[in-house]
Design a protein around this ligand. Structure first.
Ligand code: AMP
Length: 120
């Protein structure tokens, strides 16, 4: 799947759509999810054009991958989630996972009992 340069996160990165940056560096941007599913629901996206986790891990430079995960870790720190009652990291990839935005991202959920991982 090729990268859609008009997806909503691409627009955020270009500055075409307003967003509340919780963290921003060369490799990643973090902002609250517009439709929060938990008391804390934050998205962390890489600044490069990657469709999904597999695309990111296959095509990104090592520095981008390390930079992204270091940034994710900083966001956990900023949100004061480290060493406390816990959080969930989740990344949807593809149709079965119902990925809505075709730009790789990690969801951070926290601030409450998050329940079971999946309800089947
Ligand atoms: P996913 O299903 O993993 O692709 O999730 C995409 C997420 O992006 C959803 O939770 C949406 O609520 C969120 N989202 C879509 N547009 C925006 C936006 N403009 N600002 C913040 N979050 C957004």
């Amino acid at each position: 799947m090729s990268y859609d340069t008009h997806n909503i996160f691409a627009k955020i990165l270009k500055g075409d759509i307003p967003f509340e940056a919780l963290y921003q560096d060369e490799f990643a941007v973090a902002f609250p999810d517009i439709n929060p599913r938990a008391k804390v629901h934050v998205l962390v996206i890489p600044t490069g054009p990657y469709v999904s986790s597999e695309d990111f891990h296959a095509r990104a430079r090592d520095a981008e991958i390390v930079g992204y995960y270091r940034a994710l870790d900083k966001v956990l720190e900023i949100l004061n989630l480290k060493g406390n009652s816990g959080y969930r990291l989740l990344s949807n990839s593809g149709k079965d996972a119902k990925q809505e935005v075709p730009h790789f991202h990690t969801h951070i959920f926290a601030g409450q009992d998050l329940g079971p991982m999946l309800c089947v």
